[in-house]
Design a protein around this ligand. Structure first.
Ligand SMILES: C[S@@+](CC[C@H](N)C(=O)[O-])C[C@H]1O[C@@H](n2cnc3c(N)ncnc32)[C@H](O)[C@@H]1O
Length: 223
């Protein structure tokens, strides 16, 4: 679910999206093996996804889907789920378990305005530089139809880190950490109404950051 536990950081993050993509291409197989079954040990995440899947319509877009374990859980609730990931290797894997998959950068999704009823982004916003987060949240709002719903999760913390090793592979990814109030404010500023925002302690199986969750809706009156 994330390279947050990796120890190496630098003051100045220089990793670009092309390097994030090639890094996830490199670790895709190991990532799938490590995280595909993770929800069995995460009761709170299952509760949140159960509620999301019940409240949302079709289709749901899972942004930064990785191997698609989050989207597949929602799909098991009879939702139609499309995966989107910047990594070709991840998008190829996710085709096996979601309704469709596209290779896409969340900063500019190749989806029509209002095309989606729901949007999931679990631990993918963490790879967006802080200065670009507002724009990505506005892009999420654009692809959601009025009344649509988003569920986000990220790692709590401060600043940005550059990770050079993940799952035993040499990689280059930047990780942005968030404060809950900061992310709530940014989500509101992008045009969403907050349904809930919460933080939880890490489970024993997880890296040692607190987890932040935000569910929000695009107002039904939005144009
Ligand atoms: C930490 S993994 C999370 C995967 C999955 N959502 C999960 O919870 O296990 C981050 C994923 O986001 C993807 N990603 C990173 N930057 C992205 C971007 N700009 N646009 C789309 N996907 C991106 C990566 O390729 C990777 O699959």
């Amino acid at each position: 679910m994330c390279p947050a536990s990796s120890p190496i950081s630098r003051e100045h993050v220089i990793v670009g999206w092309d390097q994030v993509r090639s890094s996830y291409d490199r670790v895709a197989g190991k990532y799938e093996a490590r995280f595909l079954g993770e929800l069995s040990g995460k009761p709170r995440d299952r509760e949140l996804l159960d509620a999301f899947a019940t409240a949302v319509g079709d289709p749901v877009v899972e942004v930064g889907c990785g191997p698609g374990q989050i989207g597949a859980y929602v799909r098991a609730h009879r939702r139609r789920v499309v995966g989107a990931d910047i990594s070709v290797a991840m998008a190829t894997r996710v085709r096996r378990r979601l309704d469709a998959a596209i290779v896409a950068n969340m900063q500019s999704l190749p989806l029509a305005t209002g095309a989606a009823a729901g949007l999931l982004a679990f631990y993918s916003l963490i790879h967006i530089r802080r200065r670009d987060v507002d724009g990505v949240l506005r892009e999420f709002a654009r692809v959601l139809r009025p009344g649509g719903r988003v569920l986000l999760s990220v790692h709590e913390g401060q600043g940005e880190t550059e990770v050079e090793e993940f799952l035993g592979e040499a990689v280059g990814v930047s990780v942005t950490f968030f404060d809950l109030d900061e992310l709530v404010a940014a989500t509101r500023a992008a045009g969403f109404e907050i349904v809930f925002a919460e933080r939880r302690a890490p489970y024993a199986s997880e890296s040692e950051t607190f987890r932040l969750y935000i569910e929000a809706t695009r107002p039904a009156s939005a144009s």
